[in-house]
Design a protein around this ligand. Structure first.
Ligand SMILES: [Zn+2]
Length: 184
C-alpha cells in the first residue's frame, strides 16, 4: 500500500480510544515509518545507468523497516514517550502490523513482484511472508480501503473535533474542523 493509505489507517487506529495528542501522533508515525526503508529508491534511480548501480530500493524496501524487530523497537519508543504507555504502545504495535498486512495484501508491483516481507529479519529467513492473492499497489481494493479510511478521518474530524492536521498545527486543525462543521 502507499504511504498515504498507511497514514490514514494508522490515524484511525490511534483514534480507536481516547488518548492524548502526543500518543496519537506517535502511533500514527509508527504506522508510516516502516516505509522509510524505501528512500533507497533515490540512490537506485540516480545510479540506474552507472557501471555499479546501487540497488538499495530493490534490496532493502520491505526488508529493513518491515520486520518484527523494528515493530518492537517502535513500540518501545512509543512506550517511552507516550502518556498512556501500555495502551499506546499496544496500539502502535497493532498499527505497525496493519501496515505489514496492508503491504502483504496490496503491494504487487506492475512487474508482478510481490515484495515479500522477511518478518524475522535479520535473524532468520524463516517466515518470509507473501500472499498469493496479493493485488497491485494501485488496484481497486486499495482505492476502496483508502476511500473508506479517508471517510472515517473526515467523520472523526467532524465528530471529535480533530484531524491528522493536529500533528503539524493545532491552529490548522481547528480551522479545518470549523470549516467541516460549518458545511455539514
Ligand atoms: Zn510498507
Amino acid at each position: 500500500m502507499n504511504p498515504a493509505s498507511h497514514f490514514l489507517i494508522s490515524w484511525a487506529v490511534a483514534n480507536t480510544t481516547e488518548i492524548p495528542r502526543r500518543d496519537r501522533i506517535l502511533i500514527t508515525l509508527t504506522g508510516v515509518l516502516p516505509d522509510l526503508d524505501g528512500v533507497g529508491i533515490l540512490a537506485e534511480l540516480l545510479t540506474e545507468n552507472a557501471s555499479t548501480p546501487l540497488i538499495w530500493y530493490s534490496r532493502y524496501h520491505h526488508v529493513l523497516g518491515h520486520n518484527l524487530l523494528i515493530g518492537m523497537v517502535l513500540a518501545m519508543v512509543v512506550f517511552l514517550f507516550s502518556a498512556r504507555r501500555w495502551l499506546s504502545a499496544s496500539l502502535a504495535f497493532a498499527a505497525f502490523h496493519l501496515h505489514l498486512l496492508g503491504d502483504l495484501a496490496g503491494s504487487r508491483g506492475p512487474d508482478g513482484y510481490q515484495w515479500p516481507i522477511p518478518y524475522l529479519y535479520p535473524f532468520s529467513a524463516k517466515w518470509t511472508l507473501a500472499w498469493s492473492g496479493q493485488w497491485e499497489l494501485n488496484a481497486w481494493p486499495n482505492i476502496l480501503i483508502t476511500a473508506f479510511v479517508l471517510g472515517a478521518t473526515l467523520y472523526l474530524a467532524w465528530k471529535r473535533g480533530r484531524s491528522p492536521l493536529e500533528m503539524v498545527s493545532l491552529k490548522a486543525d481547528a480551522a479545518f474542523v470549523a470549516g467541516l462543521r460549518k458545511r455539514f
